[in-house]
Design a protein around this ligand. Structure first.
Ligand code: COA
Length: 626
């Protein structure tokens, strides 16, 4: 026992600590008001940078055509200037000129299923329980950990985050709990029940495709303890031993228009409506999954990533979800666990901050046993299934199973080095990884593609993301030279360093609101709003190529040894997410099986080789003054 205590005390806890023990009303708003507004970048600057970004990905002929269109667009008194003025007017009137547009365009009006196409998953480290008791005990602890984090959100005591020394917008933290997406015929919406007169006090638990409302606060307002939650979870388990015949949650995996229709049909029934509302209002969802078939260690993590993204199909755990729910933790009996989240309300980093807190919380030794006050039975959420609803479920199952078959995911744990190596070479680790991705892609396809990396805009009020275009003139110079046996290593190493510096410079531009992608989107949406005919610049093939991101990538760093994963954004592309740890890097790579040209495992192979070759190159060629 003493040894155990000593061990638990010695471990430095990385639990997020509140900035104060009591409520700090008004602190959040005061912080938000102090943040700068997102600027509208100068028109000419964006157009110049647009042409530079096109250079590596289109032919000279296409480029010269696009240059003419840009000249036309940027003329004094021309359409570009008119749109720019309208955009600047919009920026003066809105808290953030982009955020509402972005929410609609990127999420709420996007019609493909949220599963695979929009919702990211997170693979957490495998837990060492192997049975139901362990599963429920871990789930109880995890729920208590989320409630602990929620207290900081509710009390406005969550420490403010910083990037490059600047404070960040904290709004997304207020959107991830007690919220849910609602399907609509043309556009979805998001509801949030975190505030108001009656804030949510329950979570949703799903087991064997059956949904339960579990109140997680006592009558005095204090959160239930792990022991209490455990007992409630046991009750749920014992009353849902049989798998529900109709996996109602599968409906949420469908194309948004089909789901919107099915939704309206579903909630015509009063009982169904009440059950759906309970799920939508709940603080978050916990999915107690059935174990998946055992697989070898080398593909285990890839299998879990797929499990987090789609649940394995209608025969497995996909019916054990409500995919519109913003936050769903998934805990399977075999120790695999993670989460899936609906993307509209938030980016990955706030969710990962919550995950880091919760994972650390689950490691805390349990010292106090709480007295057992009898608690009411969690409420089973009932659904009346009409033949029409049954039919909708069947159609959703078919579509989902096709998507499941189509997704190719590979989790790569690159264990040769982590972010400490590029740092020791005075190189940004993120830039190093992005250039390795460029090299891997070039070696596979013999060409460069439009590449998206998300950059945080949270330095600005209500900021979400812009795009770092990782395929640059400098990255192309490097990837086109590195395998040339006629060139010296010293020259190649210098090109590599230059490419990483250019990437870092683009990153700095993007996080300070000066990148081109959101600005171009704003000009285009402004043209639609002002009823100006669509400028040719946006109808150009080059524009379509620039927006066809064969590589869609994101760094989502965590203290936990986990990795986020998401699907590709184009049929012939890859989704790549990574978590650079000090001594290793976790990657999750996805592609579609229906595309003959893409293969996640192959890209992983080339990526590993690219990272190793780049290290070798730097080690064999000492730095010179660039
Ligand atoms: N020499 C030595 N060290 C360096 C260095 C250099 N030239 N450049 C950077 N570093 C260090 C940094 O100080 C940092 O140190 P830390 O580990 O102590 O924090 C570390 O290397 C990482 O820096 P870098 O790799 O450059 O990346 P970053 O942390 O600045 O992140 C982005 C870059 C683009 C990922 C980040 O700015 C961002 O925008 N993140 C948001 C992503 C997002 O929202 N995704 C949404 C997904 S849903």
């Amino acid at each position: 026992m003493l040894a155990f205590l000593a061990r638990s005390m010695a471990r430095p806890s990385s639990l997020v600590k509140p900035v104060a023990l009591r409520k700090l009303p008004g602190r959040y708003l005061a912080h938000q008001e102090g943040l700068p507004a997102l600027p509208v970048p100068p028109l000419q600057q964006t157009l110049d940078r647009y042409l530079l970004a096109l250079q590596p990905i289109i032919s000279e002929e296409e480029l010269s055509h696009t240059k003419q269109l840009v000249e036309e667009f940027r003329k004094p008194g021309g359409v570009g200037e008119r749109l720019q003025k309208s955009l600047e007017r919009r920026a003066r009137k809105h808290e953030n000129w982009l955020s509402e547009w972005w929410l609609k365009t990127a999420y709420l009006e996007y019609r493909l299923p949220v599963v695979v196409h929009s919702s990211p998953g997170v693979v957490l480290p495998k837990q060492d329980f192997l049975d139901r008791q362990g599963q429920l005990r871990f789930a109880a602890k995890l729920i208590e950990g989320v409630l602990d984090f929620k207290t900081m959100i509710d009390n406005e005591t969550l420490p403010v985050e910083y990037l490059g020394g600047k404070p960040l917008c904290m709004n997304q933290y207020y959107q991830i709990l007690a919220s849910c997406r609602i399907p609509g015929p043309k556009r979805d919406s998001v509801v949030n029940y975190a505030k108001g007169k009656k804030p949510s006090t329950h979570i949703t638990v799903v087991h064997n495709f059956q949904f339960f409302e579990l109140d997680v606060y006592s009558s005095d307002g204090s959160p239930l303890t792990t022991d209490q939650i455990f007992i409630q979870l046991e009750k749920i388990w014992n009353t849902s031993l049989q798998t529900n015949k109709e996996p109602i949650g599968i409906l949420t995996t469908n194309h948004r228009n089909s789901w919107a229709k099915a939704y309206n049909n579903l909630i015509k029934d009063k009982t169904n409506k009440e059950s759906v509302r309970s799920i939508e209002k709940s603080i978050f969802t916990v999915c107690l999954d059935a174990p998946m078939p055992r697989v070898s260690d080398d593909i285990y993590k890839s299998r879990v990533a797929a499990q987090m993204l789609h649940g394995g199909g209608s025969r497995w755990n996909s019916g054990n979800r409500w995919f519109d729910k913003t936050l769903q933790f998934i805990i399977a009996e075999d120790g695999s666990c993670g989460l899936v989240y609906e993307h509209a309300p938030s980016e990955g980093p706030p969710l990962i901050a919550l995950v880091d807190h919760v994972v650390e919380y689950t490691k805390k030794p349990e010292m106090v046993r709480s007295p057992m006050v009898p608690l009411p039975m969690p409420k089973k959420l009932r659904f009346n299934i009409t033949p029409e609803i049954k039919n909708d479920i069947e159609k959703a199952k078919q579509n989902l199973n096709i998507m499941v078959q189509d997704l190719d995911v590979k989790v790569l744990v690159f264990h040769h080095f982590g972010k400490n190596f590029p740092k020791s070479e005075k190189i940004s680790p993120d830039a190093f990884i992005q250039i390795a991705l460029q090299l891997a892609y070039h070696r596979m396809y013999g060409q460069v593609c439009a590449t998206y990396e998300s950059a945080s805009l949270r330095m600005f009020r209500l900021g979400r993301t812009d795009t770092i275009r990782s395929a640059s003139i400098d990255s192309t110079a490097f990837v086109a030279t590195v395998d040339d046996s006629g060139k010296q290593d010293q020259e190649k190493a210098e090109l590599l360093r230059r490419a990483t510096q250019a990437h870092r410079a683009y990153t700095d531009l993007a996080i300070s609101g000066k990148a081109i992608d959101r600005h171009l989107l704003g000009l285009k949406l402004q043209a639609i709003e002002d009823l100006v005919s669509m400028p040719e610049l946006f109808m150009d093939t080059a524009f379509a190529v620039a927006m066809h991101f064969n590589l869609s990538t994101s760094q989502v760093p965590a203290k936990t040894d986990c990795v986020m994963c998401f699907g590709p954004v184009v049929p012939d592309g890859y989704g790549v997410c990574y978590n650079p740890m000090a001594e290793h890097i976790n990657f999750a790579i996805s592609a579609f099986n229906s595309c003959a040209e893409t293969n996640a495992a192959q890209l992983a192979h080339y990526l590993e080789k690219a990272l190793l070759d780049m290290r070798l190159l730097l080690q064999s060629s000492p730095r010179s003054k660039l």
